[in-house]
Design a protein around this ligand. Structure first.
Ligand SMILES: [Ca+2]
Length: 296
């Protein structure tokens, strides 16, 4: 082997070693990049999970506070005479006030005595007519709608003063016809001819199926119905819609809407008739400078 051959072999060996080093270096760099990608993904996942857990914790806390406010108010209504309750500053005509829970948290609250609402099963046509007038219906429309409600709930198929018969239901796409039985829920109004979503939205908070009264108690009504003397009934203190909205953190917020009947029975002073999540926030209404009262 000549000297030049030796040099050539040495250069070949050195070149091969440098190529291997380059390959190892590239592999290490890729590996480090992969580790960084995994670490970054893991950190982002932990942060997202922590944020979601925090939001869920706030949502749960808000729901618990709203539920606590409703139960405390129901208990207070059941154990305090109605007049004394209202004199304490906690109105029962649907106005909003702030109620403070025992741990200091504050919830927005609305209490509506059903004696101030129009009972779909007991109200006479004239009171129903005034209800529709109060939400902007024309007098002729209000007459027709009032008769439609009476025909829907009464046991026969006879038309009341031009109210809809079965053919009119079919004309409105209501193939089931009149129920000829009592409303079980205010949401059954959508089965009455002439009712549309806007009208239903206007009156759903003004009607009840629980007061069983053919009149209105003016002390607790939020409605402007121009009541005559024979439409006034002092029946407050029996059934209430209680709405409570609580919040926790920046995003946790919950609205509870419950209907309770006061029984004043030992150990069970009130009965829950409805317990649902509220669709509308009280905080969307004007809530500036609200008085703060104890919830119970
Ligand atoms: Ca009928």
């Amino acid at each position: 082997m000549t000297r030049s051959d030796t040099r050539w072999i040495a250069r070949a060996i050195v070149g091969k070693t440098e190529n291997q080093r380059g390959f190892v270096l590239l592999t290490v760099l890729w590996f480090i990049a992969l580790l960084m990608l995994i670490a970054t993904t893991f950190i982002m996942s932990v942060r997202t999970h922590t944020r979601i857990s925090g939001n869920q914790a706030h949502s749960i806390e808000a729901r618990l506070n709203a539920d606590a406010a409703v139960r405390l108010i129901a208990y207070g209504l059941a154990t305090t005479p109605e007049t004394a309750y209202r004199l304490s500053g906690r109105s029962t005509d649907g106005n909003i006030f702030a109620c403070q829970l025992p741990d200091g948290e504050v919830a927005l609250v609305s209490i509506q005595d059903h004696a101030g609402l129009v009972d779909l099963n007991a109200a006479p046509p004239e009171l129903l007519r005034k209800l529709f007038i109060s939400v902007g219906s024309q007098p002729s429309d209000a007459d027709w709608l009032a008769n439609a409600i009476v025909d829907f709930r009464d046991p026969d198929n006879d038309s009341l003063n031009g109210g809809p018969e079965i053919s009119a239901y079919q004309d409105h796409g209501l193939l089931a016809g009149p129920k000829n039985g009592f409303f079980q829920s205010r949401w059954e109004l959508d089965q009455v001819p002439g009712m549309n979503s806007n009208l239903l939205e206007s009156i759903e908070a003004r009607v009840t199926v629980f007061s069983r009264s053919d009149g209105i108690d003016p002390d607790v009504t939020p409605l402007d119905l121009q009541l005559s003397g024979n439409e006034i009934r002092k029946t407050q203190g029996q059934t209430f819609t209680i709405i409570a909205e609580a919040k926790s953190g920046r995003r946790g917020r919950f609205v509870r809407r419950a209907i309770v009947r006061i029984t004043r029975q030992p150990g069970s002073p009130y009965q829950v008739l409805s317990w649902e999540r509220g669709l509308n926030r009280l905080s969307d209404r004007s809530t500036a400078n609200l008085p703060i009262r104890a919830c119970a």
